[in-house]
Ligand binder design. Sequence first.
Ligand SMILES: [Fe+2]
Length: 236
Amino acid sequence: MQTQTEHQAETQWVAVLDAEARGLVAAVDAHPDARRVFDGTIDTAGYIHYLIQTYHYARWSTPILGEAGQRLKRLGRHPELAELLIQKAEEERGHERWLLSDLKNLGCPEAQVEAAARSPAVDAYTGWNFFTSRSGVPAAVLGTAYVLEYLSQTRAGVGAERLQAVASIPNIHKSVTFLRSHGALYGDHVAEMAKILGRLTDLEEQAAIILSARATRSIYPGIFREQGPSSHPLGR
Ligand SMILES: [Fe+2]
């Protein structure tokens, strides 16, 4: 039987994670180009920049999550979290193809996407998450997943609708697959994760998950173009 204090401690730690997720949405809303992507008023170059940088981190989602899950399983710890990571790795499989397809429909072929320079934010994101997955606290990746899924749930679907409504980008109707799919996908994912994570009592694991949520909250806005329409996209 769980005591009142234990229950409160669990709820409190997930509330910290929630605050990081809301912090990420606030940071995105405060970033000029990020706000324009999700309110539909972004110009073509800014949207392409966002999709290319997203491709360069999203393509690693399956290995990052999957390796973390397998490692946690090998370590024989938190089997429920290991399964959750492995499940998420499968759910993310192939999502980078939506980005390539959206980009192709915007006139940006795969070779150009591959050749584009990655922003420092993308390198920081993949570096940090591969580190925790392969040699840090493997469950930490769930902090990254939590805040990104929360962002998707609150902004991706609406963003896809707004981009099509504003329609200032040529061929935009064929170029919102990534956003539209993510808005629909993550509907109840966040609540489901909160429920599972609420049962985690290990303080070090909680701290590692919160640290990754914070790292992603601070890194993610850097994938958008820094200074709006006048700045040159990377890799040109
Ligand atoms: Fe995805």
